[in-house]
Design a protein. Structure first.
Length: 68
């Protein structure tokens, strides 16, 4: 995992908001997937810090949280 410094959005990143994010302004997570990396950010702070994970690291995290 890497913490990225705030950077302007790149045209190649397409962000998707979590279906588990509430519409009331609570915890909101967005992800953008590229071939080598999954980027994660707070949708309320789109210019703020981001986390980045390798695809296999992200898949392991998703499997773990899904209880697989």
């Amino acid at each position: 995992m890497n913490a990225e410094q705030p950077i302007p959005d790149s045209a190649e990143l397409v962000w998707h908001k979590s279906s588990h994010s509430g519409g009331d302004g609570g915890e909101c997570v967005e992800v953008a997937v590229t071939v080598p990396t999954v980027h994660v950010r707070d949708s309320k702070n789109v210019r703020g810090p981001r986390l980045s994970f390798g695809v296999s690291q992200w898949a392991a995290f998703v499997d773990f949280t899904a209880g697989r």
